[in-house]
Design a protein around this ligand. Structure first.
Ligand SMILES: *Cc1c(COP(=O)(O)O)cnc(C)c1O
Length: 478
């Protein structure tokens, strides 16, 4: 039988399992030799180059058919070898992924990981730290908890607050609403028709969480800016009660994804308190602004919430994926969400802080560590400055839009989202412009719908975006 090839053509003798180069071993996957040393350097060089690109290429998606033609068969019994597989990523796959840290990526919610956080993500990847239980990940969990404490302090949560880093705002919202429902049931029993109340501007993940937890939704009409307010919440909950529906949880949004508007958190806290309902603040996108001296006043009232979610992978400069769910009383989450099994009993008995108990998951990457490293290295003042830059860019863009004859500002920005219309354009023209700008590699800006009208939307989180970038995009819409 001919020797089989693994990786860079290092032959292994199938009879003895020994390699022509490197050490003998049962797993070619774990071999370390000159070849893997060269590959290590090549990959580290790639990482260093990618991080140094400013800006990185914007890139654009391709269809599955095009990608299949360009890659050929990728998964084979004998493997392509490191070189060919990595070349496929570099030359075909990576260019078919939009770089969400590009300074002219202003669609959806972009990202802009700090150098420190990106570097530390590599350390986390190489460290095989199990992030579920204190006994296994104590040091890393301690650092994550210190970082969660910083976020809790920004919100004004009391001592004893705590939570866990999860994969995203969606997972955090589901954990919070599940905890809220279980807490309600423990206090009030079962058998009621339960509902979560929120404004129409609440994120789609709230509807999903309501579906998963099998509760209804009470939609509270927003004010003229779409905000949830105390009086409207009180009315909607009274109307629901008259129909036999009990609101057990209120979700207020700390920065609506489409508009960047922050709900009246103090008003929501007031009414949730009257009803004995759980108040969850979904600040997945906007919660970062609590770190900004300029943005923090918008969040007055968040200190009265029972839980909040903020996504460091959105506007706190962490790589994907990283979202924080923080509870005022984490033991309520533990009571609702801890998994019990015979083989876990030794872990449950210790009374230690086990992050697996505070969301719907078990095995977890210590995904809060890149944020910890970046905040620990740079300090919180640097975060204030970098987040505030997003607020300033939105205000600069609003002024430029107001001054541009072909554009209308839809509303003054509150956080870092700016909505505006291109006068005279129908919905299709917006999309054509957006597609062409992406294809040309100049910008990623997509239309959205606001009050039934197609408009453009900028979302600023990247401090490397400049006023010149904004001016160039605006000029291109002329
Ligand atoms: C982005 C967002 C979410 C969902 O967060 P993921 O991290 O994408 O799961 C939830 N709520 C709001 C307000 C958001 O902006």
């Amino acid at each position: 039988m001919a020797p089989r090839h693994f990786g860079f053509g290092a032959p292994v003798d199938p009879g003895t399992g020994t390699y022509a180069r490197g050490v003998a071993g049962p797993s070619p996957l774990h071999r370390r030799d000159d070849t893997t040393a060269a590959v290590t350097r090549e990959i580290v060089d790639y990482v260093v180059d990618r991080m140094a690109m400013s800006p990185p290429p914007l890139d654009a998606p391709r269809s599955p058919t095009e990608l299949a033609a360009a890659t050929g068969t990728m998964i084979t019994p004998d493997g392509l070898g490191y070189e060919q597989a990595f070349a496929l990523f570099r030359e075909v796959l990576a260019p078919a992924c939009i770089s969400s840290d590009h300074p002219r990526y202003l669609a959806f919610v972009p990202t802009a990981p700090s150098e420190a956080a990106t570097l530390f993500d590599l350390v986390v990847s190489a460290s095989s730290i199990y992030g579920d239980w204190w006994v296994e990940g104590a040091g890393a969990i301690f650092a994550e908890n210190a970082t969660l404490r910083w976020l809790a302090d920004l919100a004004g949560f009391p001592e004893g607050a705590g939570g866990v880093f999860v994969s995203g705002g969606t997972a955090g919202n589901l954990a919070a609403l599940t905890t809220a429902r279980e807490t309600w049931r423990r206090r009030h029993g079962r058998g009621q028709r339960l509902a979560v109340a929120c404004a129409p501007s609440a994120h789609s993940s709230i509807r999903l969480a309501a579906m998963v937890t099998d509760v209804e939704m009470v939609t509270v009409p927003g004010d003229d800016r779409g905000r949830l307010t105390g009086p409207a919440l009180r009315n909607a909950c009274a109307a629901a009660a008259a129909d036999g529906i009990t609101v057990f949880a209120v979700v207020a949004t700390g920065g609506a994804t489409n508009t960047g508007i922050v709900d009246d958190l103090a008003g929501a806290a007031e009414v949730a308190g009257e009803m004995g309902a759980w108040l969850h603040v979904d600040a997945a996108y906007g919660g970062a602004a609590m770190a900004s001296t300029m943005g923090r006043p918008l969040f007055d009232g968040v200190e009265r919430a029972d839980s909040f979610v903020v996504d460091p992978h959105k506007w706190l400069f962490s790589p994907f994926d990283c979202a924080a769910i923080v509870y005022r009383e984490p033991k309520l989450a533990g009571a609702a969400l801890t998994q019990h099994a015979e083989y876990l009993e030794t872990l449950d008995a210790t009374g230690e802080w086990n992050p697996s108990d505070f969301a719907i998951h078990m095995t977890r990457r210590v995904r809060g560590l890149p944020l910890w490293f970046s905040v620990a290295a740079h300090g919180t003042r640097a975060y204030d400055q970098a987040v505030t830059r997003g607020l300033e860019l939105a205000r600069a863009a609003a002024r430029m839009i107001a001054d541009a004859p072909h554009l209308d500002l839809v509303m003054e920005p509150e956080l870092s989202v700016v909505l505006f219309r291109r006068t005279g354009w129908a919905a299709e023209r917006y999309q054509e412009w957006s597609d062409a700008a992406l294809a040309a590699g100049t910008a990623f800006v997509v239309p959205t719908v606001h009050d039934g009208e197609t408009v453009f939307r900028f979302c600023f989180v990247n401090p490397t975006t400049t006023e010149d970038d904004i001016a160039a995009i605006i000029a291109a819409m002329g």
